[in-house]
Write a protein that binds this ligand. Sequence first.
Ligand code: BDP
Length: 594
Amino acid sequence: MMLRPQDTATRDTKCLSGMWDFAFDAEDRGQTEKWFTRPLPTCTEMAVPASYQDLSTDPAARDHVGPVWYQREVRIPRGWTDDRVVVHFESATHAATVWVNDVEVVRHVGGYLPFEADITDHVCAGKKCRLTVRVDNRLSFQTIPPGIIVDSPEGPKQKYWHDFFNYAGIHRDVWLCRRPQAHIEDVTITTDIDGNDGIVTWSVLLHDAEPLTTRVTIFDTEGNVVAGGTSANAHARIPSVHLWQPDHGYLYEAEISLVDGDQVIDTYQQVFGVRTIRVDGARLLVNGEPVHLTGFGMHEDHQTIGKAHNDALMLRDAACLEWIGANSLRTSHYPYSERILDYADRHGLLVIDETPAVGINMGLGGGIFGAQGYPTFSAETINDKTQKVHAQVIRDLIARDKNHPSVIIWSIANEPESETEAAENYFLPLFDVARAADPTRPVSFVNVMLAPFGKCRVSQYSDVLLLNRYYGWYVDTGDLAAAERHWREEMAGWASENKPIIITEYGADTMPGLHQIPAQPWSEEYQVEVLKMNERVFDSFDAIVGEHIWNFADFATTSGTMRVGGNRKGIFTRDRQPKSAAFHLRKRWRGVAQ
Ligand code: BDP
């Protein structure tokens, strides 16, 4: 349980992003040599946040396998004397160990979710301390996502079964925070609608707060008090509620305070939206109204900074989404920066929120990504231990994102093996984990083409069917008539399930500037034709309630004969300029002629 860093009347933050000292540790010596006890040996400079791979011209940086070290001095503000001091990482990919001076304060595994440590006992207000972070990019069968290290005469090589480059480093902001000893530890807000009113239910978790009282006050956007209460677990009615709607992200703010009579001991602001999500037969309802999702599977991926979050680049992505008429996105294939969810909350974008469980399918990626010959589920590969890590990442994702109104579906994995008994045994308990953590949202996973209708053994547990299909690209390549026939045949099966279906991936690799009539694969014209073929299929099945193209933009991948400077299925180029298909989609989704 962890709240985001926030400045309030009782809390302060100091951002530690910027330039840090940095060292590669290809031989993994830093830990035994105790690099955290002194300035890093042979250090260079590194920007935080950033992936470290593309900042240098040295192939060793891009191909590095193993730990890297970050270090900087931090001055604890002079006034931070009586309270707790915490260091908070929004993410470090994929595993991190943190020291304050010579003391290890936290270890965390998992590259896309936050972690923190209370460092009060190791620092002094007004004085400097040395902050050292070891970040390891290695993936194994027991990490999410999985990977393997292959030894070779040139050194270790990292292989994995997912189709995006294994960027690593400190990808999001790092914070120094001050909060009171007695404090608010977590807040969960759920909402319902009763006629014209909203019902807000909150549950506040406290730390060391006996015998203090919890006070909750709810404000509308104009700052009027609309509801409240004086209990840590309660609900309240917002009369004539302003709903959070697709395209219109109306947000309320709950001010949660821990009080001792008139004295405020701790206070925290939690924004939320009042809305409901329900599945009704083959319809997906937001506030009781059916929705049709338009948009993309995305990536956190940019030139130079790799997988780092950057607010300016996020705004450009958002402008492209708005321009083209996307009302939704999937955080394929890992939890994104919370700033993106904040944006979605404010603007009424609908989000399918995905765990980093991608590439749990050794039959699929093996051929493309060069790591063949493993069974997916076995004692030596994806096993009970992996499943425990996977369960934890589901809990951690939901713990982080549960209060975002934009999040409407949890996706617990992308394209795992799902046609075998082993897969069913692996996934069934994970659906339970997600539903126990959040009974209010549909839970699903993304089905792969290798487990078509009639073969998949996991989709039966999904509330909403999420399907990735590459008819016209990986199958029936260049033959769109056959592609359409095969797609319709399969879709007729799924549509009989009486569940809402979202096509979470379809598309075609496209080299911007390559033009051909008649259209052939890789040309801009062929990408448009593939979209049109898919749209004909979608428009003939009522159960299809969403269309997410793969991908929003071109992105970096591991090297391979099927990738030309990365994955080219973007509707936008990597620098966010439109390919021809973007104009086609703008017409379909917004009715705007070219
Ligand atoms: C699917 C994956 C996605 C890939 C895409 C592709 O879900 O990550 O990038 O196919 O091949 O298998 O382009």
